[in-house]
Design a protein around this ligand. Structure first.
Ligand SMILES: Nc1ncnc2c1ncn2[C@@H]1O[C@H](COP(=O)(O)OP(=O)(O)OP(=O)(O)O)[C@@H](O)[C@H]1O
Ligand SMILES: [Mg+2]
Length: 246
């Protein structure tokens, strides 16, 4: 990686997470070309761009699901060449995937404790699990019966359940990849209320959307990806819409 520390420091000191001149090729296809992107604590940063612009690829790199071909990441003040999903989790970087990945045939409580059930004398402590599940879902404003099957929940309830699960890992950055694609207008309002709550808790939120009206109402800054290149950051809270090119 060939980034001068001073250049990095200038762009990213306040960042909770940043991509620095990230490139990514699949075979001969260059999907990302020296993209810079950063998200700060307590900010909702929208990532927009047409289909195939490389948004999901960038998110996958930021969350350790994909390795960059070049460039680096700045995570909690540290320069790293890349992340793994486990390392990302250690740093509190979490992703709500484009399609919900809950176990539909299991209950709300089971999904919260999937693979890490609380035990008491070697047995799963079901009472503790239900109690804790209620506490965890309440934190995102969800009032759900912990015994309800996930397949009976609405889509927004499932998303909120995903987010409440992330809360267990002390999230600093939450990435939402097109979270409203399957939501009604009313459900979008519920989700936005939750995003505002994440923001006021100081969490950095990266939000991918195709809808300008949504972006205007929820995001503090917008980065446009165009043909694999970052087209600059547009600030729309505070000053003006002038793009500045990092
Ligand atoms: N694992 C992969 N192998 C090969 N090509 C890939 C891979 N993942 C993504 N691509 C290609 O990279 C490009 C960018 O894809 P990506 O999914 O990042 O775009 P996107 O901006 O998220 O698009 P959308 O708005 O449709 O979700 C596409 O041309 C896609 O086909
Ligand atoms: Mg995508």
């Amino acid at each position: 990686m060939s980034l001068a520390p001073s250049a990095a420091a200038e762009t990213v000191v306040p960042a909770a997470l940043a991509a620095l001149a990230i490139s990514k090729s699949f075979g001969r296809t260059r999907v990302l070309d020296r993209v810079n992107f950063e998200v700060r604590r307590g900010e909702v940063h929208a990532l927009v761009g047409e289909n195939g612009a490389g948004k999901t690829t960038l998110l996958r790199i930021l969350t350790g699901r994909e390795q960059p071909s070049d460039g680096g990441l700045l995570v909690a003040g540290k320069m790293l060449p890349s992340l793994t999903p486990t390392l990302a989790q250690t740093y509190g970087i979490a992703i709500v995937p484009q399609h919900v990945e809950l176990a539909e045939h299991l209950s709300v409580a089971d999904n919260i404790y999937l693979n890490r059930w609380p035990t008491r004398r070697g047995l799963v402590d079901v009472a503790a699990m239900r109690r804790e599940a209620g506490r965890i879902t309440a934190r995102v404003g969800l009032e759900l019966d912990p015994d309800r099957l996930v397949s009976d929940l609405s889509y927004v309830e499932k998303q909120m359940l995903e987010i409440s699960r992330l809360y267990e890992f002390d999230p600093r950055v939450i990435v939402l990849d097109e979270p409203t694609a399957a939501l009604s207008v009313k459900e979008i309002r519920v989700l936005f209320r939750l995003i505002k709550q994440l923001k006021s808790a100081g969490i950095a939120v990266i939000y991918v959307s195709h809808y300008l009206s949504e972006i205007a109402s929820i995001s503090d800054r917008v980065t446009v990806l165009r043909e694999g290149q970052g087209g600059g950051v547009l600030s729309h809270r505070g000053r003006d819409y002038r793009a500045h090119h990092p």
